[in-house]
Design a protein around this ligand. Sequence first.
Ligand SMILES: [Zn+2]
Length: 229
Amino acid sequence: MRIIAVGAHPDDIEIFMLGLMMRFKNEGNEIHFLVATDGSLGGLNSKENLKKIRAKETSSALKSFGKLHLLGLPDGSLGEKESHKKILKTTINNLKPDLVVTHYKKDYHSDHRALSVIVTNIIGHYIPIIFCDTLMGINFTPNYYIEITEFFELKRNAIMKHKSQNPDRFVELAKLMNSYRAAQCNAPKGVFAEGYFFESSFPFADIRNILPSSLDLRPFHIKNVNGFL
Ligand SMILES: [Zn+2]
């Protein structure tokens, strides 16, 4: 399969979607990363400098896991122009993906929300979409959990490439979120999981057959819970 992760800013894919994308890559799928905006509002540096710095950071974070596409749309006003939708639609359609991973419509940042709605509206009726966690899981209840323990170190290293963003704090947030999602599946300490939400809609009433198995968490559950089952 060909899978595309669509993130609003440089570093979003790394923080919210990279574990699942690594699972997909490990299973032999073709991986693409599409970053919608240039990230030019993410810091005190000049917009022009930030554009360049952030493009380099995300390239060095993601290049070994898939092909990167930087759309360079304006940070902070994603979706305000009709042309933004056109660029997203053309890019996604040209890649002909079997699945798209992107932000959830109730996430904290206006660009994340705009991207979620645009992607759903432009391709949701002919390409299946799965939505990633929101920042700290607010307004988000996953219905698909994927264990990412073996990839967490790589995910951490990818987030740390974003030096312009004080990445330590995002590593800590990812640790908290991914431990919490694993704990929701009754996994022991040290296990990490990403949570996703799949909205059933025609003609994709059920897409579990194209997702990596979420049952990896169960052996931990069974082995470690004495007298609980
Ligand atoms: Zn973002």
